[in-house]
Design a protein around this ligand. Structure first.
Ligand SMILES: *Cc1c(COP(=O)(O)O)cnc(C)c1O
Length: 370
């Protein structure tokens, strides 16, 4: 049986009529940018995420960028980011002229290790950007303590963890200003690009609203040199609709992850996802690690099963960051994760049969090669 890496069909078929009605409503409203769909979505997302404010923006990268602008971070400042993150986190730092300072993750959770954060702080450090990688919440209490003691801002990258919690408190509600993404493949995905900043600060929310809209609060009056980084009415309306289902989709992700664990736990060569006792994990991705990663990926591919690697090249080894002067071996944990991790197929509505095809194929592989 062929199993793709990701399949939107079960979710999108189930809500197709509602989506079509939503499209018609927005279409007929003749209002497409900065209207009531956006403000209603922002209110709904704030409620979902337990934050005072949500500011819908163009995408996740712009959300992180706007958060840094609003906090006044700029030229020459240092921002601590995990060494194994998706490039966007580091890029946001670069966009404001700051320097991303990479810090190694915990090899069990793949999230930034608070013990390593303290060692990386210098007189230039202005902020910490934890990333709730693959859907698991970072150790936010320790991160907030370190930030407070050293007078640093915290900007959570919550692109992969809608609805995750640490000690019961939502990711995206801890930091000073937090970015999230509604890229179609994320747990809450638009039908195009989208993102949001979440914050509890009225002042920061106002700044972000201004910077996302040409630096303007009153039409044709421009206070600062702003951007066009708005979330449009159609995407906001689709997101509003999909937000009604997110908890049920998350439950399905968790159930599928449990089933993967059950099926794979007997294979000694595979490292299964580990969850910090105080974190919840919303399984944006189900990531295993193994030495024979290339061989298994090829075997699965030859048998019609799609997988991906998140991520094959850590930011410090990307050409884009060659000027920072890092080399292979500088961040061994990030490199180990890049070299051994494999993301297995997972989506809400994935059938048990699909999942068992994946795990049976993995079992066949180990019977053949061990
Ligand atoms: C997807 C993602 C982003 C960027 O989101 P876009 O909407 O694609 O710009 C940022 N950080 C992480 C960790 C992501 O997974």
């Amino acid at each position: 049986m062929k199993v793709p890496f990701l399949n939107f069909a079960p979710v999108h078929n189930a809500i197709k009529l509602e989506i079509q009605n939503t499209f018609e409503r927005v279409y007929d409203s003749n209002w497409y940018i900065m209207g009531k769909e956006l403000s209603e979505f922002e209110e709904m997302y704030s409620e979902f995420n337990d934050t005072n404010f949500t500011i819908g923006v163009s995408n996740g990268l712009d959300a992180l960028h706007l958060a840094l602008i609003a906090l006044g971070i700029g030229e020459g400042d240092e921002i601590i980011v995990p060494s194994n993150t998706y490039i966007a986190t580091a890029l946001a730092a670069s966009f404001v002229g700051a320097i991303p300072v990479f810090v190694e993750p915990n090899i069990d959770t793949y999230n930034i290790n608070p013990l390593n954060i303290e060692k990386a702080i210098t007189s230039k450090t202005k902020a910490i950007m934890p990333v709730h990688l693959y859907g698991q919440a970072c150790e936010m209490d320790e991160i907030m303590r370190i930030a407070k003691e050293n007078n640093l801002f915290v900007i959570e990258d919550n692109a992969q963890a809608h609805g995750a919690t640490f000690k019961g408190k939502m990711t995206g509600s801890w930091g000073d200003a937090n970015g999230t993404s509604f890229y179609p493949g994320k747990n809450l995905g638009a039908l195009g690009d989208g993102g949001a900043v979440t914050t509890n600060s009225d002042t920061i929310a106002k700044k972000i609203k201004m910077y996302r809209n040409y630096g303007s609060e009153i039409k044709y009056e421009n206070k600062v040199i702003g951007h066009n980084m708005r979330l449009d009415e159609l995407q906001a309306a689709f997101l509003k609709l999909k937000l009604n289902y997110i908890n049920s989709w998350t439950d399905q992700r968790k159930e599928l992850a449990l089933l993967y664990n059950e099926q794979l736990v007997g294979i000694n060569e595979i490292i299964l996802p580990k969850i910090h006792p105080d974190s919840s994990h919303v399984f944006h991705l189900y990531v295993i690690r193994l030495e024979k990663r290339e061989k298994l990926q090829k075997y699965l591919n030859d048998n019609g099963i799609g997988t991906l690697i998140h991520y094959p090249i850590p930011p410090h080894l990307q050409k884009a960051y060659a000027h920072l002067g890092y080399k292979k071996g500088d961040f061994p944990i990030a490199e180990e994760i890049a070299n051994t991790s494999l993301s297995l197929p997972l989506w809400p509505g994935m059938s048990k049969d699909d999942l068992l095809s994946v795990t049976n194929c993995i079992k066949d592989f180990f019977e053949t090669y061990s």
